[in-house]
Design a binder for this molecule. Structure first.
Ligand SMILES: [Zn+2]
Length: 378
């Protein structure tokens, strides 16, 4: 059967400008396992848009061969609101202009509500618990109402995604190598996906405090498992945020290869018939996100990097100079050092920065003392 194309209208659009979000469903709506792969919740992060295009081509071909055995939902552009936010020629897709909200923060965390609603019904049969929790997720999301357009978008995506077995949220960084974020309980379960797409870092990240889309997808299961350790609660949704390199790393060869890796993972996991090729050797270990130095610039200025993406650096090693415009003498350059021993995973694309902006992420393996509390970038 050809894929089902769903255009979900978003409530609270201005008259004459009805927004909608598109989803492509491969396989029947009731089929399991169910995967949800979406692109560009941060609407200016275009690599995912091209990967989704190639995923659709692969899945159309697989569908024509009758190979779809589960259910795969592709959201080729997850954020129509941000997609339209061109301001004076620049695309601003990370924050909603109307509210200032980061499009990948504040997704609904349902765990507490589920604990109260179905806690007493959970038992010792993991499959019965799985079905009960899935139904309750849908029920709770069905009862939530939206009062703004961004909340309407959140609800439309959450209602489709949150009962999935697998959720991959496709993003990208500024300048970056392929990397991935997942909760510690999940990161190891997705190591095949990370290896397929060639991740150079896999960050195991406890609850960030930001409730990203990927975190919120898995949160009900992890919350209930922690609240009822004596019950058999499976992790019913494996979710990750995938960072498809940097903003400018976009071409057909990369996107096609990324999509092929994802399709191979889906095949291995039973979404598609046929034999998957073996998992490639991983290019990195799973490391704690608290061991990743998120380097911020101490001052306004122009960044001159001393390291490239992929370089291995020592703790204390200078990685960049910030050149302060108009400052004369020794004060003109401020040297920025890494606090981690590890791999340079991201750098900043635009080299003029305000004070305290992030200019690099360095993936180390030992937890850093200064890294605690809210761990995400803004
Ligand atoms: Zn993003």
């Amino acid at each position: 059967m050809p894929c089902q194309i769903l255009d979900i209208p978003l409530a609270h659009s201005a008259p004459g400008s009805q927004s909608s979000v598109r989803m492509l469903r491969y396989g029947p709506a009731a089929a399991r396992p169910k995967a949800h792969i979406q692109a560009a919740v941060h609407a200016d992060e275009a690599p995912g848009l091209l990967v989704a295009h190639h995923l659709i081509e692969f899945l159309d071909a697989a569908d024509a061969r009758g190979e779809i055995t589960g259910q795969i939902v592709i959201v080729p552009y997850a954020n129509p609101l941000g997609l339209a936010q061109f301001v004076n020629g620049d695309h601003l897709g990370r924050f909603e202009l109307a509210s200032g909200r980061n499009f990948n923060r504040g997704w609904p965390a349902l765990g507490k509500a589920l604990e109260q609603r179905i806690g007493a019904q959970l038992g010792n049969d993991p499959e019965a618990n799985r079905s009960l929790i899935r139904r309750a997720i849908s029920d709770v999301l069905g009862e939530i109402t939206s009062s703004t357009k961004i909340d309407a978008l959140y609800l439309a995506l959450a209602r489709e995604a949150f009962d999935s077995d697998l959720v991959l949220d496709l993003h990208c960084d500024d300048e970056g190598l392929m990397h991935m974020f997942a909760r510690p309980e999940i990161a190891g379960e997705l190591s095949d996906v990370a290896a397929e797409i060639g991740c150079r870092a896999v960050f195991s990240q406890p609850a960030s405090g930001g409730s990203t889309f990927a975190e919120a997808s898995a949160e009900p299961w992890l919350h209930l498992a922690a609240a009822f350790p004596e019950k058999q609660i499976p992790i019913g949704c494996l979710s990750a945020t995938v960072e498809l390199r940097g903003f400018v790393d976009i071409d057909d060869r990369l996107a096609c290869s990324d999509a092929a890796g994802l399709v191979n993972s889906l095949r291995r996991r039973g979404y598609l018939a046929g034999l998957a090729s073996p998992v490639p050797a991983p290019l990195c270990d799973i490391t704690g996100f608290d061991a990743c130095d998120i380097v911020r610039t101490p001052d306004f200025g122009v960044i001159v990097y001393r390291v490239e993406l992929g370089d291995e650096v020592e703790s204390g090693q200078p990685i960049a100079d910030i050149v302060r415009p108009g400052v004369v003498g020794n004060e003109a350059r401020v040297t920025v050092r890494s606090r981690a021993k590890g791999t340079v995973i991201t750098r900043r694309l635009k080299k003029l920065v305000a004070a305290n902006q992030v200019i690099a992420k360095i993936a180390g393996s030992a937890a850093l003392a200064h890294r605690s509390g809210y761990l995400l970038e803004d």
